[in-house]
Design a protein around this ligand. Structure first.
Ligand SMILES: [Zn+2]
Length: 190
């Protein structure tokens, strides 16, 4: 599936999610067996926060096998995440990668407010570098996602796929209260 079709599928899935009264939860043994026998062919890779309210499969009304998901607190990118994206793009043929930040993100709030301790600083330092002097949490979440997109685009294995037109990497923002996902890239003034 090409990246524009994959993006359309994510948008439709998110629309469905926002208008549903109940989740679909279509996990069947038939699907599980099919995926085990024929392998996985996800149509998109989504990198998002580990926040328990930000669940890509639900947000995009996706089934098991649809989305290759990478989750870290604050959706920060390190070498393990880069390698995972490379695996999705090169070996699974995923053509669309979405780095999805979200509103009400605790990791972003921690980076903005101040004095995280211990190994949590490994996360907040990356976010602080990405957001600079920005004080607005929503805008900071956007900057953090955009920064992750830029660092992925520079990754050796991925930049060649982008040049060949086989891969697109875009930022997105999940609105934790409304359930809406807005997809970038955004114009500077938005
Ligand atoms: Zn978060």
């Amino acid at each position: 599936m090409n990246s524009s079709k994959a993006l359309e599928k994510l948008k439709n899935g998110n629309r469905k999610y926002r208008t549903s009264k109940r989740g679909r939860a279509l996990i069947t043994s038939k699907l599980r067996h099919k995926l085990a026998d024929r392998g996985q062919h996800p149509y998109a890779c989504v990198i998002c926060c580990s926040d328990s309210r930000v669940v890509p499969e639900m947000i995009f009304s996706a089934d098991m096998g649809d989305i290759f998901t990478i989750r870290t607190a604050g959706n920060v990118i390190n070498s393990g995440e880069e390698a995972s994206v490379e695996y999705a793009a090169e070996h699974l043929g995923v053509s669309l990668v979405v780095v999805m930040g979200h509103t009400l993100c605790g990791a972003v709030a921690a980076a903005l407010s101040g004095t995280p301790y211990g190994s949590i600083r490994e996360i907040t330092d990356i976010i602080k570098t990405a957001v600079g002097d920005e004080k607005d949490p929503e805008r900071a979440a956007v900057l953090n996602a955009e920064n992750a997109v830029e660092s992925l685009k520079c990754h050796t294995g991925l930049s060649s796929l982008i040049k060949e037109g086989k891969l697109e990497i875009i930022p997105a923002l999940y609105h934790t209260r409304s359930g809406r996902v807005s997809f970038g890239p955004w114009k500077q003034e938005e």
